[in-house]
Design a binder for this molecule. Structure first.
Ligand SMILES: [Fe+2]
Ligand SMILES: [Fe+2]
Length: 284
């Protein structure tokens, strides 16, 4: 009898199933929904702009290798990954459209920053399917770690409730599927050097593009050269409770040779969020 090796490392008790959610964002997106802070709001809005094309890339990079996957558990999780990312992409497309309508942003110019980069990357022969998958593994670590920040501490305490729900829903699903791309990469390559180099490159590119879009938004809103914006910018990058300092420990972990996405056990955060959702639903 042939024994199929178990490649999936998603822990028992975690299922990767999409929650088909829709959010009423009209009112929130017209405001500086993140604690009345124009800079952090713009950074998150700019990140949202990156998701439709970014999440499509993640799916494509895994689909390329799907027929080489033998573990039925991992194959099942890959389908869950496609569905979750597909719905995230759909909801962020809606988000981005509403955002641009509400605030008068030029949608194509904002999204164009990511699309132009993507078009150039597609012509680069160095970006092989293996490299693209390594980049997906890296950004999946970033999105899951970002989710852990959003769900664990007080980071989202002063966020408008509807939009907070969207970001937490997305975060929970990022945590659930955080080892799928990693497992596929390990089966088809396992090249640690490539995995870590692609983190350095991918995170720089993502950060650069997100900032570029966020600055466009702030310029349009005439908020760029305000003292409040500059103060928030400093806190975001250097403050003890700013996003960058909160994310750095997870980033450093990624460079360990024996790194695994589930070194940080997100089960409690996922279960607590789900229990809260069930409670809200039964009360409604
Ligand atoms: Fe996603
Ligand atoms: Fe993801």
């Amino acid at each position: 009898m042939t024994v199929i090796p178990n490649i999936s490392t998603t822990p028992d008790g975690i299922t990767i199933e999409p929650r088909n959610r829709k959010f009423e964002l009209q009112r929130a997106l017209a405001t500086d929904w993140f604690d009345n802070d124009p800079f952090v709001t713009a950074v998150f809005n700019a990140m949202s702009m990156s998701f439709p094309s970014g999440e499509k890339n993640f799916i494509v990079s895994i689909r390329h290798y799907e027929d080489q996957i033998t573990d039925p558990k991992l194959l099942n999780e890959i389908q869950g990954f496609y569905q979750q990312e597909g719905i995230h992409s759909r909801e962020h497309k809606r988000y981005n459209k509403i955002l641009c309508e509400q605030r008068g942003y030029d949608h194509d110019a904002m999204e164009g920053v990511y699309l132009d980069f993507k078009a150039k990357a597609e012509e680069n022969p160095k970006l092989t399917p293996e490299v693209m998958l390594a980049s997906t593994v890296a950004i999946e670590h970033f999105t899951a770690s970002m989710g852990e920040i959003m769900l664990s501490g007080s980071y989202m305490d002063n966020v408008e409730p509807t939009i907070k729900e969207l970001w937490l829903w997305h975060s929970v699903e990022e945590m659930e599927h955080k080892s799928v791309a990693f497992d596929v990469f390990n089966q088809i390559s396992g090249n640690n050097k490539m995995r870590t180099i692609m983190m350095k490159i991918s995170i720089m590119i993502l950060l650069r593009n997100v900032l570029k879009v966020a600055l466009k938004m702030l310029r349009h809103d005439k908020q760029l050269w305000k003292w409040k914006t500059l103060k928030s910018m400093r806190h975001f990058f250097f403050g003890k409770t700013g996003f960058v300092r909160l994310y750095l420990p997870a980033h450093k972990e990624y460079f360990r040779a024996d790194f695994h996405p589930w070194d940080v056990d997100s089960k409690d955060l996922i279960n607590e969020w789900q229990a809260e959702q069930n409670l809200q639903r039964s009360a409604a």
